[in-house]
Ligand binder design. Structure first.
Ligand code: ASP
Length: 433
């Protein structure tokens, strides 16, 4: 298997996983066999990726920020990053709204299917609603309060607190810029070396990626609901997927126009991260690989990638925001509601904010969708309509989330003169492009 490029190996793992899943679904006890003997390897694979997320953010951001040498560069890069992230998110929501209004997938849902879906899935959606209630009870500035940890050990003890770790790392990096060189040098050298170790660990984990995704997909297939439900939701799924594909086309277009890099260069560089995002449904778990691919294979200087990508993984979710817009209007259509222009504009605002607030983990987009629905006055019971098909769509929107982050990191790098040529580390000979 050594000669095959990594993305092909991962793809092969995915295809075999799906096939094995389908075959075992037809056996008595097949499902249990996969759950007991294959699924754990997928879990171990995801855990090993998550394991390095916090140390990676700490080491690479501290190194990245302190390499900037002066704070004005940081605020310039920060401003551009946030501005482009918001622009791409608004673009994604608008595309989603446009498509769902043209295709009108909700009109194809009959009264009977609607009642069936609501009855079957309303229990499953309860926990999403409860999670959303907790979010809603907070004041308007809660997000700002949450940004600043009161204890860095606690903050780094939970992968959901990634923004707090990012805050600490940037703060620490700024401190490092401001102290005399002879004092900062040993600290910077330490984080530099630390960062290299973590990158090497990512390479090692990636050697196991084809097996990891095999296990993840085999488990997913044996656990998926019946195909009939998917049929009822086919138009809805088609609308979301069309929007997501359009986003990928737009990203490659932006990369081509603004950085003069070809679509195949971009896709080849980022595809292992995309495949991993698809298999894990988590931008956070994919982050280590995204960072490695973007800096080593797309030529984005680490100063930029270490800053733009961890922030992007947590706040920039174009795929999620697009899906939230489509899902909200789809549910309204299925319930026979007509949404005014004002309500739809409101959806642009809430879906943008909701995607920023969504955690980078599987299913997070659905929790925040509850808030978008409530804001637009759409029945929350509608969540049950889309529940059955949420996981496959989550896989696809996570792929777009990760691709969006990579695109923005290239655009920001170009704008600050930090986009160079790919440079796979010379000691990475076991890790082919
Ligand atoms: N799974 C998505 C992510 O991690 C978030 C979501 O849309 O549920 O990027």
């Amino acid at each position: 298997m050594k000669k095959l490029a990594l993305h092909w190996k991962i793809l092969l793992g995915m295809v075999l996983g799906v096939l094995v899943g389908i075959i075992f679904s037809n056996f008595e006890n097949g499902r249990e066999l996969i759950q007991d003997w294959v699924k754990p390897f997928g879990k171990i694979f995801i855990n090993s990726l998550k394991l390095i997320a916090v140390p990676l953010i700490l080491a690479s951001l501290i190194k990245g920020v302190s390499d900037l040498k002066d704070i004005s560069k940081l605020s310039k890069m920060g401003g551009r990053t946030i501005a482009i992230y918001i622009l791409t998110t608004v673009l994604a929501v608008s595309i989603g709204l446009g498509l769902v209004n043209i295709i009108k997938p909700g009109n194809s849902i009959t009264e009977k299917t609607r009642t069936e879906l609501v009855n079957n899935y309303s229990k499953n959606t309860q926990k999403y609603k409860e999670a959303a209630v907790n979010q809603k009870q907070n004041g308007p500035l809660q997000a700002l309060i949450d940004l600043v940890p009161d204890n860095i050990i606690h903050a780094s003890g939970n992968n959901r607190n990634m923004l707090q770790v990012i805050f600490f790392a940037i703060f620490f990096g700024i401190g490092l810029i401001l102290i005399p060189e002879e004092k900062s040098k040993p600290v910077k050298d330490f984080f530099d070396g630390f960062n290299e170790v973590i990158l090497k660990m990512i390479d090692l984990i990636m050697l196991a990626a084809p097996y990891g995704v095999f296990a993840l997909l085999a488990a997913l297939v044996v656990e998926s609901p019946s195909i009939d439900l998917f049929k009822a939701l086919a138009w809805y799924a088609f609308t979301v997927l069309l929007g997501l594909v359009l986003m990928i086309v737009l990203y490659t277009f932006f990369v081509m126009i603004f950085t003069k890099k070809s679509p195949s260069f971009f896709m080849k560089g980022i595809s292992p991260a995309q495949l991993l995002a698809f298999s894990t449904s988590s931008s956070a778990a994919t982050l280590p690989v995204t960072m490695e691919r973007v800096s080593e294979h797309l030529g984005v200087d680490e100063e930029v990638s270490s800053f733009v990508l961890p922030i992007g993984a947590t706040i920039n979710m174009d795929g999620t925001s697009l899906y939230q817009a489509v899902a909200a209007v789809f549910i309204a259509q299925a319930f026979g509601m007509d949404l005014t222009l004002g309500t739809q504009l409101g959806i642009i605002a809430t879906a943008t904010l909701a995607s920023i607030g969504s955690a980078a983990v599987p299913g997070a987009g659905m929790v925040m969708l509850v808030i978008v629905l409530a804001q637009a006055g759409i029945p929350e019971a509608g969540l049950a309509l889309i529940f059955a098909i949420d996981r496959p769509l989550d896989m696809c929107r996570t792929t777009v989330n990760v691709t969006g982050d990579a695109t923005v990191s290239m655009l920001v790098a170009k704008s600050v003169g930090k986009l160079g040529e790919p440079h796979v580390k010379e000691w990475d000979d076991n890790y082919e492009q």
